[in-house]
Design a protein around this ligand. Structure first.
Ligand code: SF4
Ligand code: SF4
Length: 180
């Protein structure tokens, strides 16, 4: 079972039907393939986004990598949302405080996992790919209109996602008609 389902979306794993699991795997395979084919070019564009999540188990590692005392990190560098998530504390469009002047991440090896997953393996994208696979009337390009396609990674997605979703739909239809 794909890891992402328990990490960012669909925490109720026991409620996923076997059929839905197969469809989620189709979506996951598309997203994972992008990461393999178009690895991050470290342009730093996405490091200006809001809502960069640090998972609780990552806090100490990230703070240590940035040489920030844990107390300072917890009280100044991050904040907790009402639903308990830990986010980097910064203005919405400001650069992440770990982004260097050369636009490279200064804690690359220890950055939060969301930074490694973005933009391919995050629920915002994967859930849309899944919905487009199971609903043939859904226009995947409209679903991902939020993506800025001047970024190297999102440009690749927008150039090829329609064909990949179409292939996954065919795969799914063949599976359903075979009763597998
Ligand atoms: S915008 Fe894309 S290519 Fe640039 S740093 Fe972020 S993930 Fe990497
Ligand atoms: S930790 Fe690094 S990769 Fe993540 S947003 Fe900050 S600068 Fe970018």
């Amino acid at each position: 079972m794909a890891l992402y389902r328990g990490k960012y979306i669909l925490p109720d794993l026991d409620k996923i039907t076997p059929e839905m699991e197969k469809d989620l795997d189709l979506a996951y395979d598309i997203c994972e393939a992008y990461r393999e084919e178009f690895p991050c070019e470290m342009c730093g564009r996405c490091c200006h986004q809001a809502n960069i999540i640090v998972r609780p188990e990552e806090v100490e590692r990230v703070a240590a990598a940035g040489q920030v005392p844990l107390y300072d990190f917890m009280t100044q560098w991050v904040y907790r949302t009402e639903d308990g998530r830990i986010l980097f504390n910064k203005e919405p469009d400001a650069p992440c405080r770990f982004l260097g002047k050369d636009r490279k991440c200064t804690i690359w090896q220890d950055r939060p996992e969301i930074c490694d997953d973005f933009p391919y393996l995050v629920s915002m994208f994967m859930s849309r790919v899944y919905l487009a696979i199971v609903n043939p009337q859904v226009d995947i390009l409209r679903m991902i209109a939020y993506m800025d396609d001047t970024w190297p990674c999102t440009r690749e997605i927008k150039a090829s996602i329609v064909d990949r979703v179409a292939a996954a739909r065919k795969q799914r239809a063949a599976r359903l008609s075979a009763g597998a």
